[in-house]
Design a protein around this ligand. Sequence first.
Ligand SMILES: Cc1cc2nc3c(=O)[nH]c(=O)nc-3n(C[C@H](O)[C@H](O)[C@H](O)COP(=O)(O)O)c2cc1C
Length: 210
Amino acid sequence: MSSLLHIDASIRTEGSTSRQLTSYFATQWRQNHPDADYVYRDLGAQPIPHITHAVREYVLDPSRDHGQTADEQALVDAVTAEVRDADTIVLGVPMYNYTIPSSIKAWIDLLVSPAHMVPPGAESGALSGKSVIVVTARGGSYAPGTPREGWDYQEAYLRAVLSSIGLADDLTFVHAELTLAAIVPAMAALKPLGEKSLATAHETLKKLSV
Ligand SMILES: Cc1cc2nc3c(=O)[nH]c(=O)nc-3n(C[C@H](O)[C@H](O)[C@H](O)COP(=O)(O)O)c2cc1C
């Protein structure tokens, strides 16, 4: 049976573009896969704590006790099982200070383990073969020709780290840019471009949800 893992990370619960878009995708996908399983994790509302040494040791070797608490162990096991069991993952990623939210980084720190790394020279690993859709929302634009072209430290990083654990076989980025144009007066002239970016993101997600 197919399964969707839906993850949000915006610190906003109201007015979040990334939440709006991942929710749109999840609704469409679930309509198209009525018998599929669905799991939701909200890293914005319930952040994963920064990794500790004991947790890192458990991630590296879950067969032994490293002094991790039962709650810490349960969290690593749950995050790992959610990703392993999904065949489609939609990840909502707001841009914070040109990169991913620290909540997403904390989630990644639990997932990157010897059990999941694609071995050197190998083509696949334990998590390979999934469809992963990363939906970003950013206040500005980082498109070619814009003043901050090259300041997007989300996409290249996520491509690299997700590929290291086999999650980049079928990886698509959908960017909603210029979200701040709707509310920042100095960006008012960019509002139509922001609206176009949002509409294009919806169209792309609809196509990806089949
Ligand atoms: C802490 C913080 C840092 C931000 N840093 C950036 C940034 O570096 N570049 C940018 O374009 N927008 C930045 N923004 C704006 C957000 O990317 C924008 O509001 C986006 O829509 C947030 O996602 P959301 O709508 O899902 O909450 C920042 C917002 C916050 C709260």
